[in-house]
Ligand binder design. Structure first.
Ligand code: P1T
Length: 384
């Protein structure tokens, strides 16, 4: 009765079947929500693979198995949030270790590194990883991790994962890619040489803005054992219902990503023609600084995120983000509904006054899967 798909099965097939064999006791086609904190033992240590729900839960196992398959990894580990996943990865390090970080990352990642983990003796250098010379200069004998986002949040810079991974490997450092903005449908960092890939599952993986979660995927068994130990030791795990919600989201990931990409490409091209708009950042635009690398390392499209600035003299960015109807003014991204925000005052407030502060007038949109004509009309009325 196993429905485990072949490794050669397509992405859409694995999204629906990997880790999701029908329930062996009832035949339920969807994985049940095992809402239990503990599991009975026949004798001491004699159990059916589960002892205590912090350590493991069958709903979580299904979700972890599915996302590992989608990222092309050997294993996956789920966490209570993207930040919990990042925090747990960094706990692989010790005082004295050094991390090279892309100079444009989610504000919460910067906050955790700069304000929390630095107090535990881990050093961080924020550098432009699209500049090979800057990357080279940032490497130290103590560098253990190179932390990449691509596309970055919110400047949508494109980092060459294969090139950075090759150099990091030679320097003895692991490469971790935060793949939140791309999703495994558009980009598979492990195949490009990364050691670990992580996500805020809150975004495209869940896809419906109804759950907070994080995930880490890799191939190396030694790193898996150490992360599994930390997952259980620190306990920042998701509950079974949250695992189930992300698992349900994964089933339509391919469908949703295709629509996000088509809508975003059309809106980016349209925005470029608007007199009120000064500059549009979207890796799918042929003139975009990251287009060539993105075209090489991404597939099917360039994602659903666009950032842009306005020409002086017209409406302010603050005014525009408060005027849209369908684009809801909110933090987060990657859901079916479109969102708009001002990173400098919202998601990236923690970077204000730092070396990696984002432009104060930058607008970021997460393009949803609504009808694109309605989205354009909404932006049009907000801009004009
Ligand atoms: O919110 P959480 O699930 O803990 O994930 C944090 C995180 C990690 N990495 C990236 C690239 C992210 O974008 C995020 C969360 N970002 C937002 C909430 C945002 O609006 O940008």
């Amino acid at each position: 009765m196993s429905s485990t798909p072949d490794e050669s099965a397509g992405f859409g097939t694995r999204a629906i079947h990997a880790g999701q064999a029908p329930d062996p006791t009832t035949g339920a086609v969807t994985v049940p929500i095992y809402q239990t904190s503990t599991f009975v033992q026949r004798g001491v240590g004699e159990h059916q693979g589960y002892e205590y729900a912090r350590t493991g839960n069958p709903t979580r196992t299904a979700y972890e198995t599915c996302i590992a398959s989608l990222e092309g990894g050997a294993w996956g580990l789920a966490f209570a949030s993207g930040m919990a996943a990042i925090d747990t990865i960094l706990k692989l390090l010790s005082a004295g270790d050094h991390v090279v970080v892309a100079d444009d990352v989610y504000g919460g990642t910067f906050r955790l590194f700069d304000k929390v983990l630095s107090r535990f003796g881990i050093a961080f250098s924020f550098v432009d990883l699209t500049d090979p010379a800057a990357f080279e200069a940032a490497l130290r004998p103590t560098t253990r991790i190179v932390w990449i986002e691509t596309p970055t949040n919110p400047m949508l810079k494109i980092v060459d994962i294969a090139a950075v991974s090759a150099r990091a490997k030679a320097a003895g450092a692991w490469v971790v890619v935060d793949n939140t903005f791309a999703s495994p449908y558009l980009q598979q960092p492990l195949a490009l040489g990364a050691d670990l890939v992580m996500h805020s599952a809150t975004k495209y993986l869940g896809g419906h803005s109804d759950v907070v979660g994080g995930i880490v995927v890799g191939n190396d068994g030694d790193i898996e054992a150490r992360l599994r130990f930390l997952q259980n030791a620190a306990g920042a795990v998701p509950g079974p219902f949250d695992c189930w919600l992300v698992l349900r989201g994964l089933k339509t990931l391919a469908l949703r990503m295709r629509h996000h990409c088509v809508n975003a490409q059309a809106i980016a091209e349209w925005l470029e023609d608007q007199p009120a708009v000064a500059h549009v950042i979207y890796p799918g635009l042929p003139g975009d600084a990251g287009h060539a690398v993105a075209a090489r390392q991404m597939r099917h499209g360039f994602g659903g995120m666009i950032s842009f600035t306005l020409r002086p003299g017209g409406r302010s960015a603050r005014d525009v983000v408060a005027r849209t109807r369908y684009f809801k003014l909110a933090e987060s991204l990657g859901g079916v509904e479109s969102l708009i925000e001002l990173p400098s005052a919202m998601t990236h407030l923690s970077t204000a006054d730092s070396d990696i502060a984002v432009p104060v007038d930058l607008i970021r949109i997460s393009v949803g899967i609504e009808d694109v004509a309605d989205l354009m009309a909404d932006l049009d009325q907000a801009l004009s």
